[in-house]
Design a binder for this molecule. Structure first.
Ligand SMILES: [Zn+2]
Length: 79
């Protein structure tokens, strides 16, 4: 049941903004929409093919109707 943590899975890539973490796939529980985010710096992309490029979008802007604490209860990491 061990998983090779150092080996990124297909499609997973390091954050081009901070280089401190992987960009993971998340789902909004309120709308079901998928998005892509680095949990370290909260940079966010709406399309996986754009993750190689810098983004101007952050979690706090994408989900501006939620405060910084409750937003994490509304999103779910899926990969
Ligand atoms: Zn980052």
């Amino acid at each position: 049941m061990t998983e090779a943590r150092s080996a990124p899975r297909g499609g997973q890539q390091p954050c081009p903004q901070c280089d401190q973490d992987w960009v993971h796939t998340y789902r909004r529980k309120d709308t079901g929409a998928l998005f892509f985010m680095c949990p370290e710096c909260e940079s966010l992309w709406l399309n996986q093919e754009d993750v190689n490029d810098p983004t101007n979008l952050y979690l706090s802007e994408y989900m501006a109707q939620y405060d910084a604490v409750s937003v994490w209860k509304v999103i779910q990491q899926v990969s």
